[in-house]
Write a protein that binds this ligand. Structure first.
Ligand SMILES: Cc1ncc(COP(=O)(O)O)c(C=O)c1O
Length: 438
């Protein structure tokens, strides 16, 4: 593969874009190219870079592109609303329709608010939880990502020599420039350890306004909750009067129309959604119990946003959910069956080349790890794996024509086909052959 045009464009862009990118997450995930890639087109399951290299895409914009690139039904609905105007500093019927749809589908959604990104939405959730409980502290889990603001960008991928004892973790800053005071209000724990959670909540539950988690830890190895874990957390948070917030920015509308809360049958007090909700258009949702959400107007808890519920994003959300709901949810059966086939195929390829591989997650979102078979339950176990090996394999895979996220997560879309999966498995076999001989 050649990357000359991307290199030229990167050098041009870097004169104006800091570091040549618009998000730090876009360093990495560019395979064997020496620079972050520039892209010219996305169509269905494929993306094309500036040098004309075509990839089967499982990065899917880091998750949102659940209907594939440029899905016609969404584009048509968006285009049909463009002449209506974009923003009115007021409400639209479309917005109320989408709100009703989400409240009908999502168990915890008695009331919702729209926003534009996951990062801002978790801020509203945390603020509401503090107002509701009159408490200051927030509990989050190592390896869980909830956006990049000071008060929650904590212990997402901390160095293992800084995290302290498992029973008494240290909340680790994730970026220079982060206020050390922001960290004082964050209690961090390893995930998936119910006994430890119960013990900490017994001692400190009265100070904790909210427990925030990804109900499937998609950002760190697509780790699933251990049986009984979510149920236990639900019970304990209820007993302590602590607000339970599920960050469903990835799992929402991806693992099913009712999100992970529907899949596992555990209803949090609040949840946030984004990504797959609008197939690539910037739309996020804050959802929750009426008693908490109503504080936005009865107690004037502040939530704003110029672009909230803009017409384009709402139209995209309506069209996306329409597609995902059609034919009794056949979209999910399709993605799940292709994803499971991929997982199985990758396992077999790894075993043929005597590589140890554990694949975690579900058909719609999964993460292969070069680790001895067994369940990776939390960030500390995940961080102990040799990720450099995985990155080398993915660089080879991308050169063969299949792209996954920089972290190693694979997302499926309704646009992926059996042929895509078979081709991807050929790419993986080719990449594994080179990788194993290195
Ligand atoms: C679980 C989770 N929460 C929150 C966010 C932040 O969302 P955004 O990038 O839309 O601000 C992300 C982004 O990847 C995420 O994966």
């Amino acid at each position: 593969m050649k990357f000359e045009r991307s290199q030229q464009l990167f050098e041009y862009g870097a004169r104006y874009l800091s570091g040549g990118v618009s998000s730090n997450f876009r360093y990495g995930g560019y395979g064997e190219s020496p620079v972050p890639l520039y892209y010219t087109k996305g169509e269905g399951s494929r993306i094309t870079d500036a040098d004309g290299n075509v990839y089967i895409d499982y990065a899917l914009g880091n998750g949102p592109i659940i209907l594939g690139h440029a899905p016609k039904s969404v584009l048509d609905q968006v285009v049909s609303t463009l002449s209506m105007g974009q923003l009115f500093a007021g409400q639209t019927e479309l917005e109320a329709n989408l709100a009703k749809k989400i409240c009908d589908l999502v168990p915890c959604a008695e009331r919702i608010r729209f926003a534009s990104s996951g990062t801002e939405t978790i801020q509203a959730a945390v603020r509401l939880a503090r107002a509701y409980t009159g408490r200051a502290k927030i509990m989050k889990f190592e390896g869980h990502y909830h956006g990049w603001t000071d008060n929650i960008f904590v212990s997402v991928n901390p160095p293992l020599d800084q995290v302290g004892e498992e029973s008494n973790p240290i909340s680790v800053s994730q970026t220079p420039g982060q206020s050390s005071r922001a960290l004082e209000d964050v209690v961090t724990l390893p995930w998936n350890n119910l006994d430890l959670f119960a013990e900490v909540m017994r001692n400190r539950g009265h100070e904790i306004a909210a427990v925030v988690m990804e109900p499937i830890n998609c950002n760190t190895g697509a780790m699933l909750p251990l049986p009984g874990y979510l149920e236990g957390v639900r019970q304990i948070t209820s007993d302590c009067g602590t607000v339970l917030i599920f960050d469903e920015v990835i799992t929402g509308f991806r693992v099913g129309l009712a999100g992970a809360q529907g899949l596992f049958g555990v209803t949090p007090d609040m949840a946030i959604f984004a990504k797959a909700l609008a197939a690539g258009f910037p739309l996020a949702v804050l959802a929750g119990k009426k008693s908490i959400m109503d504080l936005l107007h009865t107690a004037s808890v502040m939530h704003g946003g110029t672009y909230n519920a803009n017409v384009v994003a709402v139209a995209a959300g309506l069209a996306t959910i329409g597609e995902l709901e059609a034919n009794q949810g056949r979209a999910y059966q399709h993605m799940t069956s292709l994803g499971e086939h991929l997982m199985e195929g990758l396992r077999m390829i790894a075993s043929d080349f005597r590589q140890t591989m554990t694949i975690q997650g579900l058909g719609t979102v999964f993460h292969p790890l070069f680790a001895a078979t067994g369940t990776i339950r939390n960030y500390r176990e995940f961080a102990g794996i040799d990720h450099a090996r995985k990155n080398r394999f993915y660089a080879r895979l991308q050169s063969a024509g299949t792209r996954v996220t920089a972290r190693g997560t694979w997302f499926l879309s309704t646009a992926h086909s059996n042929d895509d999966v078979e081709q991807t498995l050929e790419h993986a076999r080719h990449a594994m052959r080179i990788f194993s001989n290195e």
